[in-house]
Design a protein around this ligand. Sequence first.
Ligand SMILES: NC(=O)c1ccc[n+]([C@@H]2O[C@H](COP(=O)([O-])OP(=O)(O)OC[C@H]3O[C@@H](n4cnc5c(N)ncnc54)[C@H](OP(=O)(O)O)[C@@H]3O)[C@@H](O)[C@H]2O)c1
Length: 261
Amino acid sequence: MTYRAKPVDGIAWVTGASSGIGRAVALELARRGYIVAASARRADALAELAEEAAGFKGRIEPAPLDVTDRGAVGRLVPEIETRLRPIALAFLNAGISVADRPGDLGGAAFREVFEVNVFGLANCLSAALNAMRPRGKGQIAVNASIAGFGGLPAPPAYGASKAAAIHLAESLKFSADRQGVVIQLVTPGFVRTPLTDGNRFAMPFLMECEAASRRICDGFETAGFEITFPRRLSWPAKALNLLPYPLYFALAGQFAPKRSH
Ligand SMILES: NC(=O)c1ccc[n+]([C@@H]2O[C@H](COP(=O)([O-])OP(=O)(O)OC[C@H]3O[C@@H](n4cnc5c(N)ncnc54)[C@H](OP(=O)(O)O)[C@@H]3O)[C@@H](O)[C@H]2O)c1
């Protein structure tokens, strides 16, 4: 049977834990009995999060980190494993959305998004895999997005970075399987967080963080490769991407979130 991490196996490591989905998942994992190493840049927010988990079955331990600093990521993982316990479950969730403009393709905003969502993710994947591989056991979930399924009429950097995250998770699964490490992909629809608060377009089936975090944590325990929700949005989005391009562009252009850029 495919391995699924349990609190008895070790700690959970959550990146992007200072707000939004990562924060809610860290709290939910602590409720379910995990010691959670919570990473993000804002140490004060992580300290507050740890206090919020007081009295839970598990607990939260702040582990401040900038995921774009590859050296710091490489140092943090052995440090938290020594200080706490081996990482049994990693939820690699840190991510940003910056409204890049097509006229500035490859410019500062575009690079910033790729720096966090792709290079930051790769830094964390590398460190988590290096820790788990020798043990032949572990579970790593990558938080991508429905926005990575296919190109939409929206600022391109975010969607392209999430497509890269999906691709990374898919391609790493082959070797990780052989090494005893389970890779999962999380593809949420719209969740109400500081990241989506600034969106000026319609967000169908918008979910609250707490509901999303329960779906994600249930998925850690029981889902296969992909944890996708809400299905009434993600399944039609997947079906859209199976269509021939002329149909895809006609339909995606009509129904996908639009904003002028
Ligand atoms: N909200 C949605 O509708 C939605 C849908 C699909 C996927 N997602 C994905 O879910 C993830 C979390 O997003 P969210 O909506 O919860 O947004 P959020 O509330 O803005 O959270 C983003 C988190 O990432 C952290 N972060 C950003 N840059 C970082 C860096 N360089 N190093 C370490 N941590 C960093 C932030 O913490 P600090 O600022 O303290 O570093 C924060 O904790 C993202 O990957 C996003 O793409 C969100």
